[in-house]
Design a protein around this ligand. Structure first.
Ligand code: NAG
Ligand code: NAG
Ligand code: NAG
Length: 314
């Protein structure tokens, strides 16, 4: 009897004390105080397409980036896109095939990203992974996140799908330590799903890819239910490709051989080209800016200033 009342006194005191200690609050989020109070679903992030496929070698036709992952992140990239393939029983990031471009194991990639996140505790980052072989989230992906020490940082929504208007603020995500949002295009749902690997098209729609038209006509390409498109976030795939095969030979090669075009990247990643794409798409999204602007050769052009402006920070 006595010990029980002592015990409740102690726990009451603990609770009272906990209530008086102010919780640590982030005052800068993704580089600015204004963003702490902004919903994740209402921020424009610059993303790097095929982030792992970087090379300084001009002859590496399968590259889509020049600079490595830490440099991309230091520049301000806050959405990393990457395409996975199994290679000798290990999950890798490769471009189309591991023979064309092998970016190494997913574990090593995630460790590199984790190093950045540890050094930059006030940053929210999105990972958009492509899973064309439908590799199991529970059996293969989660163990890779575990090994890289990344699972604890991953955001788990209360329920799926999350409407564009219902995401927490960047400040809330940073304060809770759950500041990495992981989307996967295929096989994220189903019996081998894990809570932090989110089905991309239930929450994001995206424009067509492998675009070779410099005018980037906007259209909703990949999307999914049950939410209406207007309740999705959206991503513009703003990378211009060139066709190496003149159309006269088109029949021989089907659609041709489409590769990214570093020579045009300054223009493609410039204000005019990105804004034309944004203005073409925003009417399809209740006049909202895109959440993700996915680019090749991220260091070229002026994308980070465009994002600042779209976020109302410049
Ligand atoms: C931001 O802060 C203001 C003032 O405290 C508040 O009224 C508003 O609802 C907040 N917005 C978000 C998205 O939390
Ligand atoms: C965020 O909300 C503002 C105000 O409604 C809007 O102008 C802007 O386009 C939105 N951005 C995103 C990415 O939703
Ligand atoms: C050309 C291009 O940017 N394509 C990409 C569009 O985004 C999706 C990500 O979901 C990628 O799979 C495409 O490669």
């Amino acid at each position: 009897m006595f010990s029980r009342s002592i015990w409740s006194l102690v726990s009451f005191a603990t609770l009272a004390l906990a209530a008086t200690i102010p919780k640590r609050r982030a005052t800068t989020c993704n580089g600015s105080p204004e963003l702490c109070n902004r919903s994740y679903g209402n921020v424009t992030f610059i993303g790097s397409h095929d982030s792992f496929a970087f090379s300084k070698d001009k002859l590496a036709l399968s590259r889509d980036q020049t600079i490595d992952i830490p440099s991309q992140l230091n520049l301000g990239v806050r959405a990393l896109q990457a395409q996975s393939h199994m290679k000798d029983g290990v999950l890798h990031f490769c471009h189309t095939s591991c023979i064309l471009f092998d970016g190494g194991s997913v574990v090593n990639y995630l460790k590199t990203v984790k190093t950045f996140l540890d050094a930059n505790p006030n940053e929210v980052l999105t990972l958009i992974f492509t899973n064309p072989e439908g590799v199991s989230p529970a059996k293969v992906w989660k163990p890779a996140f575990d090994e890289a020490g990344m699972t604890d940082l991953a955001f788990v929504p209360k329920s799926i799908p999350v409407k564009q208007s219902e995401w927490p603020t960047l400040g809330e995500m940073i304060d809770s330590g759950k500041r990495v949002v992981v989307f996967m295009d295929a096989n994220a749902e189903g019996p081998e799903s894990v809570p932090f690997i989110l089905p991309e098209f239930q929450m994001i729609w995206e424009t067509p890819f492998s675009v070779t038209d410099a005018n980037f006509p906007c259209k909703i390409d990949r999307s999914g239910g049950p939410l209406a498109d207007i309740d999705h976030m959206y991503m513009i795939n703003h990378s211009l490709n060139k066709n190496l095969v003149p159309s006269i030979f088109g029949d021989l090669f089907g659609e041709g051989i489409i590769v990214s075009d570093p020579d045009n990247a300054d223009r493609t990643n410039g204000v005019e080209s990105i804004m034309a794409n944004v203005n073409g798409c925003s009417p399809l999204a209740g006049n909202r800016s895109p959440n993700f602007i996915l680019l090749d050769f991220v260091e070229k052009g002026d994308a980070f200033n465009v994002a600042k402006k779209l976020n109302g920070l410049a």
